[in-house]
Write a protein that binds this ligand. Structure first.
Ligand code: F6R
Length: 609
C-alpha cells in the first residue's frame, strides 16, 4: 500500500524523506514523489517506478530544505505514472499534499471544483483534496481552518500530509481509516504511515486516531479533533530497534525473518507469560463472559485462525467460527454480547479486519486482538490485546508473524481452559513445557538446513513447476493452505492447499508426473490417513515431497523427497511444519529471480477494503 513520510527539522528533509520512503518500500508501490519548501518556493519531484528513479531526478536538481513530504503510491485511481504520483499540488502551486486511502466522493467534489475553475492534472481521487483546501482558503485565511473544513468534506479513508507556502514551517496531517503516526525528535519531528520510516531517528511516537488532525513543526506538535479542539495524546515508545528493521546480511528480509522465528516465538512466549501465569491481568476479558468465539482475519493471519479453532474447541470445548474478515460483514453473522471476537492481524491496520471488528463491536461483542504492532488501530479498538513479539515484519510474505500468532493463540487457549476448568493443571503445564521447547526445535531444523540445504535442493528440482498441490489434515490442513499461499504470492506459481482427504473429491484429477505434491505428514492421529493419501498420489505418478519427522518409515518409503522436521506435540506441530514450506517458497522465488520481499501487486498492510 502507499507510504507517507514527512520531516521538519534541522536536517536535509530530502535525505530523511528518501531514507524513510526506502524503509517503507516493503509496503509495495509503483511510483514515488516528494515535495520540499525551499526559500519560499515549493518544489515537487515525482517518478513512476522505484525510488531510485526519484533519486536520479533529485540529484539532477539538488535543493536543500528543512521541511518536506514524500510518498510511495500503489495505484488505485489512475495508472501508475509520473502525473498520478503524489504529491499533488493546487492551482496556485502553494500547497502540496500526499494521501493514503480512497476518497469515495471524489467524483462529485471534482465536478464542483471544476465548475469553480480548478484545473486538474491527474486522474487520481487524491487531487481533489488539495484543490478543496485551496477552495476553502477563500473562506478563511487561516490555513489550519481551511484544512479542517476541507477534510470534513471527504468521505472514505485517508491519511494526509500537507505542506504549504502559506505556513512554511508546518506539516498538516489528518487521519481517518488509514494509519498515520508522528515521530518525536529533538528539534525535529516526523510523520509517516508506518513506524519503520523514522525508526533510525526516534522510537517515541504519537498515533493519530480517526477524525484527528495535527500540526507538526520542528518545535512541537498539536493534535486536534474534527471540532478543532486540542486533544491530549499519549506518547508511546516502540520497543523495536533499527537493526531489527534491516537485513543484517541476509539476501532478503523474508529469509531473515524465517531465521528469526526461534527468537520471535521465544519472545512471544516470555512476553505473554505474566498474564498466563496471572502475575498480571489480561485486561478487558472475562473468561466466563462468552459462549461462542468468532475469529476474523485475512490471508496468513486467517490461517492462524483456522488452527486456533482446533486449540479453542479442543481445550475449551467452545464453538468457534473462523471467517475471512472481508466476508464476515456480508454474511450477517450471529453476534451478541456473549460473543468473543478474536481478530488476528500482524499490522493491526488491515481494513477488512478493522471493519469486521467494528461490526462485531456494534452488535455488543467483546473484542480481543492478536497483533504485532504496538499502538496500531486494532490494538486501540479492541477491548483486550495480546501482542506477538515478532519485531518488525518487513517482507510482504508473512512468516514470523504467523508462527508467533500461533504461539500467542495457543497460550490464550490454555489460559481460557484453565480459567474455565476444562483442562487439568498438569496437562496445561505439560503443554506449556512443550511450547517452551518449540523455539529450539525450529532452530534445530533451521541450522541443519543452513548446513545441508535439503529444502533448497528440492526447490532447485521444482522451481520450473507450473502448479503445486499442498495437502495436510486436521491441525496441519491450514499449514497446507499457508504453504500454498506462500508459494503463489512470491513465486507466482499456481498452488492449491487442500485437506488431504478431500483430494479424491476433485483435485486428484490434477496429479501427473510433473506436479509437485507437498504433504504435511508428521506424527499425529491422522498420520495413517495421510499415508493412504500419499499412496493415492503415488499411484497416479505424482511427485511427492513430504514434511515428516525422523523415524516415520512408511512416509520415507513412499515420498520422493523428504524434509525432516523435529517432532513436537501434534497441536504445536503447525508452528514447526510451516517453516520448511516458507523456505521452499522462498528458494523457488529466489531461483526464479523474483523480488522476494516485494512481490508484484501485493502490499504489506492492506489498508483499503
Ligand atoms: C501473506 C500475507 C497476507 C497477510 C494479510 C493480513 O503472506 O502477508 O496474506 O497475512 O494481508 O495482514 P495482517 O495480518 O496485517 O492483518
Amino acid at each position: 500500500m502507499c507510504g507517507i513520510v514527512g520531516y521538519v527539522g534541522k536536517d536535509n528533509a530530502k535525505d530523511v524523506i528518501v531514507d524513510g520512503l526506502k524503509r517503507l518500500e516493503y509496503r509495495g508501490y509503483d511510483s514515488a514523489g516528494i515535495a520540499l519548501i525551499v526559500d519560499g518556493e515549493l518544489f515537487t519531484y515525482k517518478r513512476q517506478g522505484k525510488i531510485r528513479e526519484l533519486e536520479i531526478e533529485l540529484r539532477r536538481k539538488p535543493v536543500y530544505s528543512n521541511i518536506g513530504i514524500g510518498h510511495t503510491r500503489w495505484a488505485t485511481h489512475g495508472k501508475p505514472d509520473d502525473i498520478n504520483a503524489h504529491p499533488h499540488v493546487d492551482c496556485s502551486g502553494k500547497i502540496a499534499l500526499v494521501h493514503n486511502g480512497i476518497i469515495e466522493n471524489y467524483a462529485e467534489l471534482r465536478r464542483e471544483l471544476l465548475q469553480k475553475g480548478h484545473r486538474f492534472t491527474s486522474q487520481t481521487d487524491t487531487e481533489v483534496i488539495v484543490h478543496l483546501i485551496e477552495e476553502e482558503l477563500k473562506n478563511s485565511s487561516i490555513f489550519f481552518k481551511a484544512f479542517l473544513r476541507a477534510v470534513k468534506k471527504l468521505h472514505g479513508s485517508y491519511a494526509l500530509a500537507v505542506i504549504t507556502l502559506y505556513q512554511p514551517d508546518t506539516i498538516f496531517v489528518a487521519r481517518k481509516d488509514s494509519p498515520l503516526v508522528i515521530g518525536l525528535g529533538d528539534g525535529e519531528n516526523f510523520v509517516a504511515s508506518d513506524v519503520p520510516a523514522f525508526l533510525s531517528y526516534t522510537n517515541r511516537v504519537i498515533f493519530l486516531d480517526d477524525f484527528e488532525l495535527a500540526t507538526v513543526k520542528s518545535s512541537g506538535i498539536f493534535v486536534f479533533n474534527f471540532d478543532g479542539e486540542e486533544v491530549e495524546k499519549k506518547v508511546v515508545t516502540i520497543p523495536w530497534s533499527l537493526s531489527q528493521a534491516e537485513k543484517a546480511g541476509y539476501k532478503h528480509f523474508m529469509l531473515k525473518e524465517i531465521n528469526e522465528q526461534p527468537r520471535a516465538v521465544a519472545d512471544t512466549i516470555s512476553g505473554n507469560l505474566s498474564w498466563f501465569r496471572e502475575e498480571t491481568e489480561l485486561e478487558g476479558i472475562d473468561p466466563f463472559g462468552f459462549n461462542r468465539i468468532q475469529i476474523v482475519a485475512c490471508g496468513t493471519s486467517y490461517h492462524a485462525g483456522l488452527i486456533a479453532k482446533f486449540y479453542l474447541e479442543n481445550f475449551v470445548r467452545i464453538p468457534v467460527e473462523v471467517d475471512y474478515a472481508s466476508e464476515y460483514r456480508y454474511r450477517d453473522p450471529i453476534v451478541d454480547e456473549k460473543t468473543l471476537v478474536i481478530s488476528i492481524t500482524q499490522s493491526g491496520e488491515t481494513a477488512d479486519t478493522l471493519a469486521a471488528m467494528r461490526l462485531a463491536k456494534s452488535k455488543g461483542a467483546r473484542l480481543l486482538t492478536v497483533c504485532n504492532v504496538i499502538g496500531s488501530t486494532a490494538t486501540r479498538e479492541a477491548d483486550t490485546v495480546i501482542y506477538t513479539y515478532a519485531g518488525p515484519e518487513i517482507s510482504v510474505a508473512s512468516t514470523k508473524a504467523f508462527t508467533t500468532q500461533l504461539t500467542a493463540l495457543f497460550l490464550f487457549s490454555l489460559w481460557i481452559a484453565r480459567e474455565r476448568g476444562t483442562m487439568k493443571n498438569e496437562k496445561i503445564e505439560g503443554y506449556l513445557k512443550h511450547l517452551l521447547e518449540v523455539p529450539s526445535r525450529i532452530e534445530a531444523f533451521l541450522s541443519l538446513e543452513r548446513e545441508k540445504g535439503a529444502v533448497k535442493q528440492i526447490a532447485l528440482e521444482f522451481y520450473r513447476a507450473k502448479d503445486a498441490l499442498y495437502l495436510g489434515r486436521n491441525v496441519n490442513y491450514p499449514i497446507a493452505l499457508e504453504g500454498a499461499l506462500k508459494l503463489k504470492e512470491i513465486s507466482y506459481i499456481h498452488a492449491e492447499g487442500y485437506p488431504a482427504g478431500e483430494m479424491k473429491h476433485g483435485p486428484i484429477a490434477l496429479i501427473d508426473e510433473k506436479v509437485p505434491v507437498v504433504f504435511v505428514a508428521t506424527k499425529g492421529k491422522v498420520l495413517d490417513k495421510v499415508v493412504s493419501n500419499i499412496e493415492e498420489v503415488k499411484a497416479r505418478k505424482g511427485r511427492v515431497i513430504a514434511v515428516t519427522n525422523p523415524g516415520i518409515k512408511k512416509v520415507k518409503e513412499l515420498a520422493e523427497f523428504i524434509i525432516e522436521v523435529p517432532e513436537v506435540d501434534e497441536y504445536l506441530s503447525p508452528i514447526v511444519n510451516v517453516v520448511p514450506l516458507q523456505l521452499f517458497a522462498y528458494y523457488i522465488a529466489d531461483f526464479l529471480g523474483y523480488d522476494v520481499d516485494q512481490p508484484r501487486n501485493l502490499a504489506k498492510s492492506v489498508t483499503v477494503e
